[in-house]
Design a protein around this ligand. Structure first.
Ligand code: ATP
Ligand code: MG
Length: 415
């Protein structure tokens, strides 16, 4: 992408509402555009990041047996009445359509997915079933906060599983619990700062499990067991004052951002909708369910909270909007264009700042946008047949030969 063609611009002004690093840098860098509190548009750079996050999650969830579907945002009131959540779900957006028909905006999708999948369940042979979607959820959050960390419209991957019995759910749930840690690692969260956190489980199990990433902007207070590398959410601490795994009572208080949450739903929703299957003897039994959420947009914000410095964002390689940021300085368009074409033809994703402008301003933009690798090309480097190579996460720059650049970039991304 030539920066001269990108319609967005970076901004020097810190947004008035910026209460956190992501709220600041994502707006200043032109990744997102704030429409109102908790509501953001994703711009070309930001959408590339969000899509990469979603794609990493999609590939992993498919490997976990998930089949992707897309459910509607408009959700009929009757379904929420059936589950008794129309009046009790605190952040539900409710609206009235033509002829007085009432709807909720999808805040979660048990009310749709249960009767939907139920239409395809007849006997034990049809189970288990796992379906997921990646879609925007709407929640009338009391306080939208911290940029895209707590939105009123936000992206969610929600997976739902349907089983013949509790044992089968338990096995799959444990499998998801482990697999999620792998996903968060792939997304760029070091396992040192990612905690499986015991939280309240609802009617059907003692606990649910949250995935908390340590960060001072986090809204959740968690108590960490440093021996087992698990945590307990503050909200359940009344009942659970020690580590649920080793009984250690010396838990350490930390702030976390909840990036994922998994639940055993049991038969709560299948009972409400009367979803049953015939077992081997033809006896009708209720389907047992689990649900498993991850928030891609919150993850994008969380990555910015963790990977930034005073100049801007430092994207992890796996989800950076582009792999290389070429900055041309001075009158070197011909050579810079050539470098751009060459990298592109090798399948490398390149943002190329070909705009006129002061070197300082262009370098500041590169720091703000945070692409992992910056290549500066100028008459000074060209004299030596080289470009300046600088990694965003590293203060030192070095010169590398133009002839070796492609190979070095590829190697860098394999590391
Ligand atoms: P929270 O406790 O933070 O309000 P939740 O427990 O209500 O979240 P879930 O219903 O478990 O959230 O949703 C699954 C995932 O969706 C969460 O783990 C989080 O990553 C993301 N998520 C939830 N609410 C929001 C929001 N308002 N903005 C952005 N992401 C969100
Ligand atoms: Mg949760």
């Amino acid at each position: 992408m030539k920066y001269s063609e990108l319609f967005t611009r970076t901004s020097k002004n810190i947004p008035a509402e910026a209460d956190s690093a992501n709220a600041r840098f994502l707006v200043q860098g032109g990744f997102v555009h704030r429409e109102t509190a908790g509501v953001y548009s994703y711009l070309p750079l930001g959408l590339r990041v969000l899509r990469k996050i979603e794609q990493i999650i999609r590939v992993e969830v498919e490997m976990m047996g998930g089949q992707e579907i897309l459910m509607p945002v408009l959700s009929p009131k009757e379904n929420w009445v059936t589950t008794n959540r129309w009046d009790t779900f605190d952040v539900l957006f409710r609206l009235t359509g033509v002829q007085g028909k009432e709807y909720a905006l999808g805040a979660t999708h048990e009310e749709i997915v249960t009767p939907l999948v139920g239409d395809y369940i007849f006997s034990y042979k049809d189970l288990p079933i796992k379906v997921f979607q990646i879609q925007n959820k709407m929640r009338n959050e009391l306080r939208a906060k911290s940029g895209i960390l707590r939105g009123r419209e936000f992206s969610m991957k929600d997976l739902y599983s349907f089983h013949a019995n509790q044992e089968d759910l338990d096995v799959y749930y444990d499998f998801v619990k482990k697999s999620y840690l792998k996903i968060f690692k792939k997304l760029g969260f070091d396992s040192n700062i990612t905690y499986i956190t015991y939280a309240s489980g609802g009617a059907f199990s003692k606990f649910s499990h949250e995935y908390q990433v340590l960060s001072d902007v986090g809204e959740d207070q968690i108590y960490v067991c440093e021996k087992c590398h698990v945590a307990v959410n503050h909200e359940i601490l009344d009942e659970q004052k020690t580590c649920p795994e080793c009984n250690n009572s010396n838990l350490v208080s930390k702030k976390g951002i909840e990036v994922g949450n998994i639940f055993k739903l049991g038969t709560k929703f299948s009972d409400a909708f009367g979803i049953k299957y015939a077992d081997k003897d033809g006896v009708l039994k209720p389907v047992v369910m689990g649900c498993y959420g991850i928030g891609p947009s919150r993850i994008m914000g969380t990555l910015v909270e963790i990977f930034n410095d005073e100049k801007g964002i430092i994207w992890p390689k796996s989800i950076a909007p582009y792999q290389v940021h070429i900055v041309s300085i001075g009158d070197v368009a011909k050579d810079a264009d050539k470098l751009y074409e060459k990298l592109m033809s090798e399948g490398i994703e390149v943002l190329y700042n070909d705009r006129d402008g002061r070197a300082g301003a262009k370098l500041n933009d590169a720091d703000l946008i945070g692409i992992p690798l910056r290549l500066v090309i100028s008459s000074r480097t060209l004299e030596k047949g080289s470009v300046e190579w600088k990694e965003r996460s590293n203060n030192d720059a070095e010169e590398v030969k133009l002839d070796n650049v492609v190979e070095l970039v590829k190697k860098y991304y394999l590391k």
